[in-house]
Design a protein. Structure first.
Ligand code: SF4
Length: 273
């Protein structure tokens, strides 16, 4: 038994999401072995997870049983997999909750949106391709520089592997996006690096969603020592303009995360309902 993995019995599979673009959140895990220092989920995690961020998680193994029932009776909508954890952290190889969830949700008429940092998502490429009309997949890239990634997301897969996975997904006809962020002042805000990411997206027909770092209180002890500067509005206004302009140069569609709900509403609800 792995003492860093605590199994608990879930009471619900689909929860309310705080994100406007989602109707439901599906989180089989609480906490995340990728251990990103900037993760907003630190603030939302139980003490045992928060105090051991990146090394202890909670798993809800009965969540698929619950999902079978809820997917039949809940109002149809958009489900985020996962919103406060990474669905493809290494422990998913043992539990294999995500492919079952995609199948159940798709079969019952839900739209699924998946966000990860792991190329392990490719293990499910057959299921993703089969259901591609009703899902999208996003992979987060904060920086192409391995040393920056290692500093702020110490146990997450290398950026190059994430790009390879995105490319394969996009070339399989799956609706694919890259989450560029969080952008942190003095850590990953170099425009040359951002331009390389945007260029990659342009070459591979991948949309970008981007946003800045929000320094929730739980992140502060973990962010200490990264050299980050608390972002100010002038810095962000300039970043925002630069990102839009670089995306324009490479013909890449880009949306600020907090405006994503408008994009999703017109695209998904228009088609589904
Ligand atoms: S991969 Fe996502 S959920 Fe996991 S620690 Fe990093 S930001 Fe948080």
């Amino acid at each position: 038994m792995n003492e860093n993995v605590i199994e608990i019995e879930a009471r619900h599979a689909l929860g309310k999401s705080g994100m406007k673009e989602l109707d439901y959140a599906f989180n089989p895990y609480l906490g995340c072995f990728h251990g990103c220092r900037y993760c907003y989920a630190i603030d939302m995690s139980p003490d045992a997870v928060r105090e051991n961020w990146g090394t202890k998680i909670i798993v809800r193994p009965n969540i698929i049983e619950l999902l079978e029932r809820e997917a039949r009776i809940y109002r149809k909508g958009v489900v985020g997999i996962s919103t406060i954890t990474d669905p493809y952290q290494y422990i998913e190889m043992k539990y294999r909750i995500i492919p079952a969830a995609i199948e159940i949700l798709s079969r019952n008429g839900f739209y699924v949106t998946i966000q990860t940092k792991s190329p392990m998502v490719l293990k499910d490429i057959a299921i993703l391709e089969k259901n591609k009309k009703n899902l999208d997949v996003g992979i987060t890239v904060t920086s192409l520089k391995p040393e920056v990634s290692r500093m702020v997301e110490p146990y997450a897969p290398a950026p190059a592997k994430r790009l390879d996975a995105l490319k394969k997904l996009s070339h399989s006809g799956i609706n694919t996006w890259l989450y560029l962020g969080p952008l942190i002042q003095n850590v990953n805000d170099d425009l040359d690096g951002i331009e390389k990411i945007v260029e990659f997206c342009g070459e591979n027909r991948i949309r970008i969603i981007y946003d800045s770092f929000q320094d929730f209180s739980g992140t502060l002890p973990y962010m200490a020592g990264t050299g980050y500067i608390r972002s100010d509005q002038r810095w962000w206004n300039s970043m925002d303009n630069n990102i839009k302009s670089i995306c324009g140069k490479y013909g890449v569609s880009c949306t600020l995360e907090r405006d994503e709900w408008k994009y999703e509403l017109s695209r998904k609800y228009g088609k589904l309902f």
